[in-house]
Design a protein around this ligand. Structure first.
Ligand SMILES: Nc1ncnc2c1ncn2[C@@H]1O[C@H](COP(=O)(O)OP(=O)(O)OP(=O)(O)O)[C@@H](O)[C@H]1O
Length: 272
């Protein structure tokens, strides 16, 4: 398989393992985790708290090195932050002393490249932030800050967008709005998206596939495809098929959490 080959996944996680050195010994966060993400897919990653979701996403971004295995983008191993990969975190991480325009143009300054103003203006209009360029982060609601963070991440036209629980701190109404926005942006840009969430409903609404990680150390326990038509209306989300899928994913996560207890104990024993 080579880059550009139709068979090459956009992202391939190949037996990824990650050990953190902690004061009480080594902690195995990911254990030979493998997963493919195809181009233009939206894949959500769910799993019990502490199972390694963020570790996996950061490894995909190149911000974290792995202890074993590798992660490939278009067939090439990721060795560090990559211009083709954008990131959105739970915190919008806007610089408080810069207005919205200056925040969004910040990555261009760092890279010393000319901002793509027509594209940025389009994105700002797309997320409903046109006219807010002169506002400072403290003047924006949490939802608006996250919209700005999405614009900042998309402004460089990444082919992959990694989102780490981006809407976890928002109220449920704003969260639903943001989910619809992600879907709309995806329908327009076809950016490959990997999305971490604790909300199964959010994962189903957004994704082509939902990947459940086992309890720590994280491995792929099971993948669920989400076959519902897009855009996903409230009617679709209220069907029995969605209800059944939600329950199946929930059962898998609860099962993984139970299974993780002896594993975690074994890990403690190994590291003590
Ligand atoms: N920098 C670090 N140093 C040491 N241990 C870490 C570090 N980062 C994460 N861990 C540990 O690794 C494990 C996996 O953490 P991670 O944040 O990836 O899980 P998660 O599934 O994203 O958690 P949550 O659902 O609670 O956000 C946890 O036990 C966590 O305490």
């Amino acid at each position: 398989m080579t880059a550009g080959d139709a068979q090459t996944p956009k992202l391939r996680v190949d037996a990824a393992s990650k050990v953190y050195a902690t004061a009480s010994g080594d902690l195995l966060a990911l254990d030979r985790c493998s997963l493919d993400v195809r181009a233009n897919e939206i894949v959500s990653i769910v799993g019990p708290s502490g199972c390694g979701k963020t570790t996996l996403l950061w490894s995909m971004s190149g911000l974290h090195g792995l202890s074993g295995g590798e992660i490939l983008l278009d067939g090439t191993p990721i060795r560090g932050p990559h211009p083709d990969i954008g990131l959105v975190f739970q915190e919008a991480n806007l610089l408080p002393w810069r207005d919205l325009d200056a925040n969004i143009r910040f990555p261009f300054e760092i890279k010393r490249i000319k901002p793509d103003n027509p594209w940025i203006d389009h994105l700002l209009q797309r997320v409903g932030l046109e006219g807010f360029g002169g506002k400072f982060p403290r003047e924006l609601s949490g939802g608006m800050q996250q919209r700005a963070a999405m614009v900042r991440a998309l402004s460089l036209r990444p082919s992959v967008l990694l989102m780490d629980e981006p809407f976890g701190a928002l109220d449920s109404f704003t969260r639903e709005e943001m989910n619809r926005l992600v879907e709309e942006i995806w329908l327009e840009t076809q950016t490959t998206i990997v999305f971490i969430t604790h909300s199964i409903e959010e994962a189903i609404f957004l994704s082509d596939r939902v990947v459940v990680l086992s309890g720590r150390p994280g491995r792929v326990a099971r993948e669920f495809s989400v076959p519902f038509e897009r855009p996903r209306s409230m009617e679709v989300m209220a069907t029995k098929e969605v209800f059944d899928l939600t329950n199946a994913i929930k059962m898998e996560i609860v099962g993984g959490r139970k299974g993780a207890e002896p594993q975690a104990k074994r890990q403690r024993e190994r590291t003590n």
